[in-house]
Design a protein around this ligand. Structure first.
Ligand code: HEM
Length: 150
């Protein structure tokens, strides 16, 4: 189960990233261009929100079955002094959780305002910060805690 989930989680990052990038570009263009809130906008903002939540659920399951995270909790103090263990035990988890909370706040607060421009603005700001945090919390092959592209 662990290996299958890890592959799923790894591939799903691209779905989340592509949706998030499209949503962010659209939201900024709609906000700056004073555009109406269309059914298409609603769809892309919602699908991004859903994809990030599915990724969160898989991440949470992984957190409990991962042998690396298991190692972290065997000796938490020592693990915090190890860059790789600290990344998997704390940094990846906290960074991604924060990003998904921001996406959630952006999506739900955009639903509460009636004005189209205010909706786009909320999505633009919250999703952009979420995107940046996700980009820096991914263990890219070129980062210090390197993992493969897929
Ligand atoms: C948008 C959100 C997220 C993205 C894009 C993301 C991305 C990734 C990537 C690319 C990997 C490496 C996969 C591989 O080695 O093949 C990974 C692993 C992992 N992620 Fe996430 N992740 C996200 C959210 C989360 C969250 C919220 C948690 C925890 C609650 C989490 C927990 C983990 C764990 C435990 C591993 C595996 C560590 C191991 O045993 O090797 N992830 N994630």
């Amino acid at each position: 189960m662990y290996t299958g989930l890890l592959h799923l989680h790894s591939s799903l990052r691209y779905v989340v990233l592509i949706l998030l990038i499209i949503a962010v570009v659209k939201a900024w263009m709609n906000w700056q261009g004073n555009k109406d809130f269309t059914a298409g906008d609603k769809k892309i903002y919602l699908f991004t929100f859903i994809a990030s939540h599915i990724q969160l659920l898989i991440g949470l399951v992984l957190y409990f079955v991962s042998p690396i995270v298991d190692q972290v909790y065997t000796d938490f103090g020592a693990a915090m002094k190890n860059q790789v263990l600290r990344f998997w035990g704390v940094e990846h988890f906290v960074g991604m959780l924060l990003a998904i909370i921001l996406i959630t706040v952006g999506y739900s607060s955009s639903k509460k305002v009636a004005d189209a421009i205010a909706k786009h603005k909320k999505i633009a700001i919250f999703y952009t910060i979420g995107l940046i945090i996700i980009l820096v919390s991914i263990p890219w092959p070129f980062s210090s805690v390197a993992r493969p592209w897929f």
